[in-house]
Design a protein around this ligand. Structure first.
Ligand code: BGC
Length: 780
C-alpha cells in the first residue's frame, strides 16, 4: 500500500521536470526576443547572470544557486554563469593586452596552449600606425577565438600620467588622441574575429600603488580633456562589447559605483551599447554598482550574490535597473562564440602570428640617437653584448598583462640569426651569471608580481680590454620590468643603478678609446632617465618590450633590414622632478601609521590629487618651456624627410571642419616612413590652454628615396574645443588658431592659421564627477 501518495507525485514531477527538455515553452536566447528571455528569468537567475565566476581553481569556487561548471579554458580570468533553461551559455573572459593570458599546460593533457606575446601597447602606440595596430589585433583575435574565449580583457588605455606607473606598458600614451585611436583600431581588429573586447580601466586609473583604495581627486576639466577623452574617442570609432570599470575612486566614489561615470557619461552621452564589468573584486558595494549601471560583477562572490538578491527583494535595486543590466549582458552573449557554439580548434597559427609580432615590433621601436650614422650596423661584424636582458629579453610586463609564450628570441640569438658574430665568451659569462642569480633570487610573495630584477654584474677592465680587442662594437642592453601591484621607483629603476652607470662608463671609455661604437638598446616598458648617460652611447634604440620575436625584431632594426619609424607617444623628461605629476605621484595614505599592505594588489586607503590638471605630458613641457630629453613625437630614421607647404582648406572656420594638406618627401638615401603630426595652438580667450595639442597624425607609406606623399588631415569643431567647467560645455573660443605640422612636438616644420569669427558652444553637457573640494590646479 502506498503510504504517502503526495511524496510519490512530487518525486514523479521532479523526475519529469529534470529529464524533460528544459526549454519547452520557455523563451530561448536567440530564438525569442531578449525582452521575453528577461521576462522569463527569476530574480535568482538575473543575479546569477550579473555576478560572474572567477578562475575555477583559484578564487572562483563559489556555488551560488548552481555548482560551478568545470573550467573551460584553464587560466582564463573568469566566466559568466550559464542558465541552460533559457539557452544562456557561459562566456569565457581572458586577459590581456599583449597576448592571450591562459595556462599553457593542462592536467592530464599533453597538448600545450601557448599564446603569441605581441609587443606591448606602448610599443604599438609608438608606431603611430592605426592600421598596424589593427593588423596585430586581427592576428591576436584569432588566438582569442581559437582558444574558446569570448571576450578579451583588453585594450588597456589609461593615460600614462607618470613614467613610474606600474602598468604603463599595458597603456598607449600620455595623450588621449593617440590612446583613443590606438584602442579603437585594436578593438576593431580583435572583434573582426567575432569575439569581444573590454576597454579598461575606466577611468583615471593611472597608478598601481594602493590601487584598490585610491581616491583620485581630479577636476572635471582634466577628466573631460585628458582622462575620459581617450575612451570617448575609442567609443566613437569602435563598438567594444564591454568596458571594464577601474579599481580606484574618482572624487570620492568608486568608479564601479559611479552612476555619473557609467550611466550619464558612458551610456547616455557616449551611447555605449555593450555592458560594463567591474575589474576583479573592485569596489565595495554590489548594490551601488548595479544601480550605477555597472552591469556585471567580476569575478563575483557568494556574498555579493546574496546582497544583490536581498536588495532586489527589498527594492533597493529596481526591477527596471536590474533588467537593463541583464539585457545588456544578454545582447552580448547572443553574439558570442559560446552562444554560437563555435568549435574552436585550440590550435591557433602561432607561427604566422609570431611573424606579425616581429613585424609590428620593428614598427614601434624608436631610434633616439644615431651619431655619425653609427647605425645601421653592418652585418657580419663582431659584437660584444652587455647587459642581462640581452640574454634574458623582457618581452612584456608582468601580472594579468603577461603572456605564456612558447619561446623568446633573445637579442644574442636575434643578432646571430641576422649574421653578426656574437662574442661567445662574454655570452657564456653572462648566461652563467644570470642562471645562478635567477636560482638564488627570492620569489615574489604572489607569483603574479614582478620579480626583483637581477643586478648587473660588475665588469672589470680586464674583461673589457679583452672584448675591445676581439670585437668591432659594443651593444649594451638596459632592461626594466613592472606590472600589477606596484609602481616603479625613481632610484635604480627610472634612473640607472650605480653598477649600470659604471659599466656603461667603462664600456664607453674602452670602446671609444679604440674608435669603436657603443650602442644602447632600451628593453623597457616605461620611461627611464637618459640625460645623464646618453653621451656615452653613439646610438640608442628604444626597443620597448617587443614580444616573443623581440631579438629578431631588434636585429632587424639595428641591421637596417627595417628602417626605424617609431616616434615617442610619451615624453622622456630630463629628470624626474621635471615631470608635472612628480609633486603628487603616487599620493598619500589616509590612515596614520599605515603598514605596508600584506597584499600589494589591495593597498591601503589613499588619495592622490591631480593638481597638474590638464598639463599632462607634452602639454606641460611645451606650455611651461621645460626642455625634455626627448620630446613627445620624437624619433629618428636612417633617412630624412622634407615637408612641403602646408595648405588649409579655408582661412576661416565654417563651424564644421577644416582640412590641411602637406606633402612629405623622402629626401635621404634609403626607404622609410615618416610620422607627421598636426598640433593646434588655440587662443586662450576664456580658459587657460596648453601651448599645443595633438589633433591628428598620419604615418606615410614606405617612401622610396625621392618619393613623396600628400597627407590630409581633417580638423573638426570638437578638435578646437576646450572644456569650460563653469558652463559644463565644450566651447570654441573666437580668435586665431595656429595649425602646426611637424616631425615632433618640438620640431614643427610648417604652420598656417585660420580664424574662428565668433566663439560657440560645441557641446553642452552636465556636471559629473565633481570634486568634493576645489582643486588648486596648475595654471599658465
Ligand atoms: C586587472 C585587470 C584584469 C583582471 C582579470 C585585474 O587584476 O586589473 O586588468 O583584466 O585582473 O585578470
Amino acid at each position: 500500500m502506498i503510504k504517502c501518495p503526495l511524496l510519490i507525485i512530487a518525486l514523479i514531477m521532479l523526475t519529469v521536470s529534470c529529464t524533460s527538455p528544459p526549454h519547452k515553452n520557455v523563451p530561448q536566447l536567440g530564438k525569442s526576443p531578449v525582452k521575453e528571455v528577461v521576462a522569463a528569468m527569476t530574480r535568482e537567475e538575473k543575479v546569477q547572470l550579473i555576478v560572474g565566476m572567477g578562475r575555477f581553481n583559484n578564487n572562483g569556487i563559489r556555488a551560488f544557486f548552481f555548482p560551478p561548471a568545470p573550467e573551460k579554458v584553464p587560466g582564463a580570468a573568469g566566466r559568466t554563469n550559464a542558465i541552460p533553461r533559457l539557452g544562456i551559455p557561459s562566456m569565457v573572459l581572458a586577459d590581456g593586452p599583449a597576448g592571450v593570458h591562459i595556462n599553457p599546460k593542462r592536467e592530464n593533457d599533453n597538448n600545450t596552449y601557448y599564446a603569441t606575446s605581441f609587443p606591448v601597447a606602448t610599443l604599438l602606440a609608438s608606431s603611430w600606425d592605426t592600421l598596424l595596430v589593427k593588423k596585430v589585433a586581427v592576428a591576436f583575435g584569432t588566438e582569442v577565438h581559437e582558444y574558446g574565449i569570448d571576450i578579451l580583457l583588453a585594450p588597456g588605455m589609461n593615460i600614462q600620467r607618470n613614467p613610474l606607473g606600474g602598468r604603463n606598458f599595458e597603456y598607449y600614451s600620455e595623450d588621449p588622441v593617440i590612446a583613443g585611436n590606438m584602442a579603437a583600431s585594436f578593438v576593431n581588429g580583435i572583434q573582426s574575429n567575432n569575439v569581444g573586447t573590454s576597454l579598461k580601466h575606466f577611468a583615471a586609473n593611472n597608478q598601481e600603488f594602493n590601487r584598490m583604495q585610491l581616491n583620485t581627486q581630479v577636476s572635471e576639466r582634466a577628466l573631460r580633456e585628458i582622462y575620459l577623452k581617450g575612451f570617448e574617442i575609442a567609443l566613437s570609432k569602435s563598438q567594444p562589447w564591454t568596458v571594464m570599470s577601474s579599481y580606484n575612486l574618482i572624487n570620492g566614489t568608486y568608479t564601479s559605483e559611479s552612476r555619473d561615470l557609467l550611466t550619464t557619461v558612458l551610456k547616455k552621452e557616449w551611447r555605449f551599447k555593450g555592458f560594463v564589468m567591474t575589474d576583479w573584486s573592485a569596489g565595495k558595494d554590489v548594490v551601488a554598482q548595479t544601480n550605477a549601471g555597472n552591469d556585471m560583477i567580476m569575478p563575483g562572490a557568494t556574498a555579493q550574490s546574496n546582497d544583490l538578491l536581498a536588495a532586489i527583494n527589498d527594492g533597493r535595486v529596481s526591477e527596471q535597473q536590474l533588467d537593463e543590466n541583464v539585457t545588456r549582458i544578454l545582447n552580448i552573449i547572443a553574439k558570442s562564440p559560446a552562444f554560437n557554439n563555435y568549435k574552436y580548434a585550440d590550435k591557433p597559427d602561432l607561427k604566422k602570428d609570431a611573424q606579425v609580432s616581429r613585424m609590428a615590433a620593428t614598427e614601434g621601436m624608436v631610434l633616439l640617437k644615431n651619431n655619425d650614422a653609427s647605425l645601421p650596423l653592418t652585418s657580419g661584424k663582431k659584437v660584444s653584448l652587455f647587459g642581462n636582458t640581452t640574454y634574458d629579453l623582457i618581452t612584456g610586463g608582468t601580472g594579468s598583462g603577461d603572456v605564456n609564450k612558447p619561446y623568446i628570441i633573445s637579442l644574442n640569438q636575434g643578432l646571430a640569426n641576422a649574421g653578426y658574430m656574437v662574442d661567445t665568451s662574454l655570452q657564456a659569462t653572462y648566461q652563467k651569471y644570470i642562471q645562478e642569480a635567477k636560482a638564488n633570487r627570492p620569489k615574489p610573495k604572489i607569483a603574479f608580481l614582478t620579480p626583483k630584477p637581477i643586478a648587473e654584474m660588475t665588469l672589470t677592465s680586464t674583461l673589457l680590454d679583452n672584448e675591445v680587442k676581439n670585437t668591432d662594437a659594443a651593444i649594451v642592453t638596459i632592461g626594466r620590468n613592472a606590472g600589477e601591484g606596484g609602481d616603479r621607483n625613481v632610484t635604480d629603476d627610472f634612473t640607472l643603478t650605480a653598477t649600470e652607470a659604471q659599466n656603461l662608463t667603462m664600456i664607453s671609455n674602452a670602446f671609444h678609446a679604440q674608435g669603436k661604437k657603443v650602442i644602447v638598446v632600451l628593453n623597457i616598458g616605461g620611461v627611464v632617465e637618459v640625460e645623464s648617460w646618453r653621451n656615452k652611447a653613439d646610438a640608442i634604440l628604444l626597443a620597448w618590450q617587443p614580444g616573443l620575436e623581440g631579438g629578431n625584431a631588434i636585429a632587424d632594426v639595428l641591421s637596417g633590414k627595417v628602417n626605424p619609424s617609431g616616434k615617442l607617444a610619451i615624453t622622456f623628461p630630463s629628470k624626474y622632478s621635471d615631470i608635472p605629476s612628480a609633486r603628487n605621484f603616487p599620493g598619500k595614505e589616509l590612515l596614520k601609521d599605515s603598514k605596508t599592505p600584506g597584499n600589494p594588489l589591495m593597498g591601503n586607503p589613499a588619495e592622490v590629487t591631480y593638481d597638474e590638471g590638464i598639463y599632462v605630458g607634452y602639454r606641460y613641457y611645451s606650455t611651461f618651456n621645460i626642455k625634455p630629453a626627448y620630446e613627445f613625437g620624437y624619433g629618428l630614421s636612417y633617412t630624412t624627410f622634407n615637408y612641403g607647404n602646408l595648405t588649409l582648406s579655408d582661412t576661416g572656420f565654417n563651424g564644421k571642419s577644416i582640412t590641411a594638406h602637406i606633402t612629405v618627401t623622402n629626401s635621404g638615401k634609403v626607404a622609410g616612413k615618416e610620422i607627421t603630426q598636426l598640433y593646434i595652438s588655440a587662443p586662450a580667450k576664456t580658459l587657460n590652454k596648453p601651448a599645443i595639442e595633438l589633433k591628428a597624425f598620419v604615418k606615410t607609406k614606405l617612401l622610396n628615396p625621392g618619393e613623396s606623399q600628400q597627407l590630409l588631415f581633417s580638423i573638426n569643431a570638437g578638435d578646437l574645443a576646450s572644456y569650460d567647467t563653469g558652463m559644463a560645455s565644450w566651447i570654441v573660443d573666437a580668435g586665431n588658431y595656429m595649425v602646426k605640422v611637424g616631425a615632433s612636438s618640438a620640431n614643427i616644420k610648417k604652420t598656417a592659421s585660420f580664424t574662428v569669427a565668433k566663439g560657440f558652444v560645441a557641446q553642452k553637457l552636465q556636471h559629473v564627477l565633481v570634486p568634493k573640494a576645489p582643486i588648486n590646479e596648475l595654471k599658465k
